[in-house]
Design a protein around this ligand. Structure first.
Ligand SMILES: Cc1ncc(COP(=O)(O)O)c(C=O)c1O
Length: 450
């Protein structure tokens, strides 16, 4: 049998990955998983410290979700939502409406976080066009600097991370960008442009891909008020923050905000299968009603939109939230994570720790990209039994909500040890930048980004 590593290096192309670097290293092959552990082909266990890209909620091989997927397989794996319906999709829609902020009564399925935001953008745009008159001028969007909403071109157009997005600028539509957390900037942007703005799109409370950047309390509430004042839609992209990540089912709840569009993905199926949903209001839905020849139909849909298997997993995910009191049991773990991170923030190698709920970013400061410090930290963590991911030189911690307190402690301990080890390897034993005597700092071989 050919080795996975050989096949991988010969034929695969990995996401968000410089393949030259990738092919210099032996890939880690995950073969199976149990609870919050990933297990490699040699049987070594690793704590899944990033919830398999921020989506796993109740752990892997969860009996309730496994059984629901098996049961659905016994009926049908896939049939289309174009012209047909099925029980899992319909029941899930009703359950999502039940738990979503008030007023969100319609569910449009797709298959990734990117498509969930793409759908919201297109619906908002089309809604205003169909209103006609002055409203038809509402064709642009306001988004946040350093925002991330996915990798399809609409989502990239409202994204704000230059490293990911700048290369595509000739392909993108314009969006007005404002700094996250500064409501007065948004106020000015809307005072100036509101008549041409279809919607404001935000990641509520926390900008994940920006490096876990947290907005000040009251900001989201203010964004909602400003949108109301100008009759502009608010799109809350809860692809990352949804399903308990920030401590409540949805981040919006913490500021008692109900958006006009709520984008869900990742944790929707407990992290099992690709499924996304864009929830919206009756007002938006009604704006698309009319005779076929009126041209008000929303012409958007993917082959696997509302896949029965994925919907079955999503229903079981919601059941698990109930039967296991996931959100209640999460609260003491959030407090523990906060305490553990306070200790980590005191490390001289760490410049800042940011986070909310079960989303944390450990910022190691600026280092020359060639050092690949974040990457070195995750390799060290792997040797010690944890999988974590860097965003540049920010180490992201986002364990499944079901992680035990003991494993949470071990995860943070591993990360702390890995940071020390990576600094020592990169800069020698005297690695702690802030601990160095002031006059010597510039003489030391510490590399910082220009
Ligand atoms: C806030 C947010 N929106 C959208 C996306 C895109 O989701 P997907 O990778 O499923 O397309 C992500 C992914 O990380 C995200 O964090």
């Amino acid at each position: 049998m050919p080795k996975v590593a050989d096949l991988d290096h010969r034929h695969l192309w990995h996401p968000f990955t410089q393949q030259l670097d990738w092919c210099r290293e032996e890939p880690l092959e995950i073969e199976r998983a149990e609870g919050t552990d990933l297990i490699d082909a040699e049987g070594r266990r690793y704590i899944d410290g990033v919830s398999s890209l921020w989506c796993n909620v109740h752990g892997h091989r969860h009996p309730l979700i496994d059984r629901a997927v098996h049961d659905q397989l016994e009926r049908v794996a896939h049939s289309t939502m174009l012209g047909l319906t099925h029980r899992s999709a319909a029941e899930l829609a009703a359950r999502l409406v039940e738990i979503a902020p008030p007023g969100l009564s319609r569910v449009f399925y797709s298959d990734s976080g990117s498509t969930a935001t793409e759908v919201a953008l297109k619906m908002a745009f089309q809604y205003w066009r169909q209103r006609g008159g002055q409203h038809a001028r509402r064709t642009s969007f306001v988004s946040l600097r350093d925002g991330y909403h996915g990798d399809t071109l609409g989502a990239v157009s409202v994204g704000g991370i230059d490293l990911f997005h700048a290369a595509y600028s000739p392909l993108l539509f314009d969006a007005h960008r404002v700094d996250a957390g500064d409501a007065s900037q948004l106020e000015r942007a809307l005072d100036f442009h509101s008549e041409e703005v279809a919607a404001v799109i935000v990641e509520p409370l926390v900008q994940g891909a920006a490096g876990i950047r947290v907005q000040p309390p009251g900001y989201l509430r203010r964004v909602r008020e400003l949108c109301d004042r100008h009759d502009v839609f608010l799109i809350c992209d809860e692809v990352a923050t949804g399903f308990g990540r920030t401590g409540t089912m949805f981040a919006c709840e913490q500021e008692r905000v109900a958006p006009d569009f709520l984008c869900l993905g990742k944790g929707l199926t407990g992290g099992y299968l690709p499924l996304a949903a864009t929830l919206t209001t009756e007002r938006v839905y009604d704006g698309f009603l009319g005779a076929a020849e009126d041209g008000r139909t929303f012409f958007h849909g993917h082959t696997f939109t509302g896949s029965p298997l994925a919907c079955a997993a999503a229903l079981a995910n919601l059941d698990a939230f109930k039967t296991e009191s996931t959100l209640l049991r999460l609260q003491p773990k959030i407090r523990l994570l906060g305490e553990l991170l306070d200790d980590l923030a005191a490390m001289p190698e760490v410049s800042e720790v940011r986070g909310r709920g079960f989303m944390a970013g450990i910022d190691l400061g600026e280092h020359h990209p060639s050092v690949r410090l974040g990457h070195q930290v995750i390799l060290e963590a792997r040797r010690r039994g944890a999988i974590v991911r860097p965003l540049g030189d920010v180490i992201v911690l986002m364990p499944p909500l079901s992680i035990s307190k003991a494993d949470l402690r071990r995860l943070v301990e591993i990360v702390a040890d890995s940071i020390r080890a990576a600094f020592a390897a990169a800069y020698g034993e005297v690695a702690a930048i802030d601990a160095l005597p002031e006059p010597d700092t510039e003489e030391l071989p510490v590399q910082r980004a220009a």
